[in-house]
Ligand binder design. Structure first.
Ligand SMILES: Cc1cc2nc3c(=O)[nH]c(=O)nc-3n(C[C@H](O)[C@H](O)[C@H](O)COP(=O)(O)OP(=O)(O)OC[C@H]3O[C@@H](n4cnc5c(N)ncnc54)[C@H](O)[C@@H]3O)c2cc1C
Length: 297
């Protein structure tokens, strides 16, 4: 049997060929991927990954694509899109979510059930898997702060990772540079008044609305250094509005690159390189990307 025949036999796994990644990237750019898997169940995800492994097909786990820059040349392999794996279950103060659950849906469930902790993360356009991988944070709260444990697939076997074993850091975790698929996660939250939680959520959303551009983006492009805010450095270097093709440094938030319909991944890539060169020349500081570049540039 060949790879295509085997994957086509997996129940609850939709397999598409030659899919454009543009629709799955915050910047709306990127080439095609050979295989695009949409598992409807965790079991289908596991079988899909195992067959990729057997046939040595490179794979990539895609959440909401809001931290990714796909190359115009695309990705040679399989992209596993987790959006349909979105179950959320609450028991007492524990919330369990599948990897593709939308973070804002998780926060809605928390607030509805009077469970506090994650409400300041409202507005981050992430899936649970993407947010844990990146250790997403906002307003002083990291997603890892309330994480209890993660179930993941390692070398074809399900494994439990305690919070400590996830090795969380600033926009970092054990999942970032490893072929480990997060399947589901549990959060331990605290009982709070839903009304108060909703007020906090709305305040955070309102601040976001005021300081972030509404155009297409992948949020902050560069990591802050230990001392400096990347956005402040870029702003003070006079780079707001700098444009390459259809990509531009936002005039509203200097750490955001926004894209127009005609943008390519190369435009975004070259703009990133221009910013890095300028900040190195002007301040002798090497900025590092927060976003991930996928494929060849
Ligand atoms: C308008 C805007 C505002 C933003 N604000 C913030 C903010 O306040 N704070 C913040 O931290 N970030 C922010 N971001 C960035 C981004 O939303 C986060 O990095 C988010 O965590 C990415 O989640 P995602 O589901 O889109 O992941 P993706 O971009 O799809 O993937 C990110 C990484 O996670 C991996 N991944 C995804 N799912 C799994 C899985 N199931 N198992 C293993 N690995 C997986 C991917 O392979 C990739 O390495 C913002 C982005 C935008 C566009």
């Amino acid at each position: 049997m060949c790879f295509e025949t085997e994957v086509s036999k997996i129940e609850n796994l939709k397999v598409l060929r030659n899919v454009s990644l543009k629709n799955y990237c915050g910047y709306g750019v990127g080439g095609n991927v050979n295989y695009f898997f949409i598992p409807n169940t965790i079991t289908a995800l596991i079988f899909g990954l195992k067959i990729c492994d057997t046939y040595n097909i490179p794979f990539f786990l895609l959440g909401n694509g809001t931290n990714l820059l796909f190359s115009d040349k695309g990705f040679n392999g399989a992209v596993i899109y987790t959006a349909k794996l979105n179950d959320i279950v609450i028991k007492n103060d524990i919330l369990q979510a599948e990897c593709g659950a939308n973070l804002n849906a998780v926060i809605n469930s928390c607030i509805h059930n009077g469970l506090g902790g994650l409400e300041k993360l409202a507005g981050i356009p992430a899936t649970v898997g993407g947010a844990i991988t990146m250790n997403a944070s906002a307003f002083g709260v990291n997603i890892s702060d309330y994480l209890q444990d993660v179930t993941a697939l390692v070398d074809g076997k399900e494994q439990n990772f305690t919070k400590k074993e996830c090795n969380f850091g600033y926009r970092n975790s054990i999942f970032l540079k490893n072929d480990i698929a997060i399947l589901s996660a549990r959060f331990k939250l605290r009982k709070e008044n839903p009304f108060d939680l909703d007020i906090t959520r709305k305040e955070c959303l309102s601040v976001r609305g005021a300081i972030q551009p509404k155009a297409r983006s992948c949020g902050s492009v560069f990591r802050n250094t230990k001392v400096y805010s990347a956005g402040k450095l870029i702003d003070e270097a006079g780079l707001k509005g700098l444009t390459v093709g259809g990509a531009q440094i936002s005039n509203i938030h200097a750490n955001f690159i926004i894209t127009k319909d005609n943008a390519t991944a190369l435009d975004v890539y070259l703009l990133i390189e221009k910013v890095k060169e300028t900040i190195k020349r002007v301040y002798n500081i090497e900025l590092k990307e927060e976003i991930q570049k996928i494929g060849d540039f």
